[in-house]
Ligand binder design. Sequence first.
Ligand code: NCD
Ligand code: ZN
Ligand code: ZN
Ligand code: ZN
Length: 364
Amino acid sequence: MASLLRLPGLIDPHVHLREPGATHKEDFDSGTAAALAGGFTTVLAMPNTNPPIADGPTLDLALRLARAKARCDVGVFLGATAANAAEAARLAGQACGLKLYCDLTYGPLRLDDLAALQAHAAAWPAGRPLAAHAEGRSLAAVLLLATLYRRPVHICHVSRADEIHLIRAAKERGVPVTCEVTPHHLFLTQDDIPRLGAGRAEVRPPLATAADREALWRNLEVIDCFATDHAPHTAAEKDGPKPPPGFPGLETALGLFLTAVAEGRLSVEAIVERMHAGPGRVFGLADQNETCIEVDPEARWEVRAMDLNSRCGWTPFEGKQLRGRVQRVTLRGRLAFADGEVLAPPGSGRVLAAETHNQVLEEV
Ligand code: NCD
Ligand code: ZN
Ligand code: ZN
Ligand code: ZN
């Protein structure tokens, strides 16, 4: 075996662990097992659950479930609704951030009322992370709010050339904006839809054109984080009459990026910046003590859904030959994953609260 690369524990700032409400797709146990197998020691869980994590009792429930079941560290987002700006701000200390869903996607959360957007931009504490699903013109609206309220905003899963160019222009003018891009938007395009099948290929934002994908690669310096947007739905659901949008991603992301390194398209430093340092900065996360992952950059492997820890049972990267794989994960001095086996038990992960976060830097 080639010499192992030692990297810091990866952080995925955008995953769907489906609790409460849809544990047949994933739960804090299976989702954090998938995270460790993919080299992630911290994941931030989205609030578009059933019920949505948009009030105190549901946030309490999600945090309690995470504490009991998570195998790696987990933060939980609050979801913004048209009516909960004041309540969300009160709960800010217990959440890893507030999520604004400005466009139609999977789940019950949707904020298309401009007044509600303004209310959240004004009420949510400026030092706490604010993340937005904002495509196309919604992105322009969110950038204006970031400018007017002078408050940092993080844009989720940027997928198109016009969007990354707008974010570049905003950053150049000092707008406090950061952004993330998913592996599927960097490695797949709409040309892959026939091969994947229409239902399986459903994802928000949709797979884009080859020109969009190239624009993302050419603007890598504008991208603060790689985020998987791990959005598990079962193979039966994806193949059914109303396929829900979303791809699993936790267990294939690092392999895809390391393969790009082997192909000379990316550096390991660029990966660590976007899968550890960047998300740590954007979400104000303290480094975990005695935590690292060991990666064999030469290991060749084939993606097979049957080998994955996620409960969803499929992957859009089925059959892909990858180069570079996680061998070991050490979390706070304990071996959490080794040679294909998740060793950290449910409940051994920590749940992040604001008290354990650093303040988000004013200038992002
Ligand atoms: C996500 C899901 O399934 O929760 N789906 C998706 O296609 N990305 C929702 C989201 O992130 O928009
Ligand atoms: Zn989204
Ligand atoms: Zn998502
Ligand atoms: Zn670090």
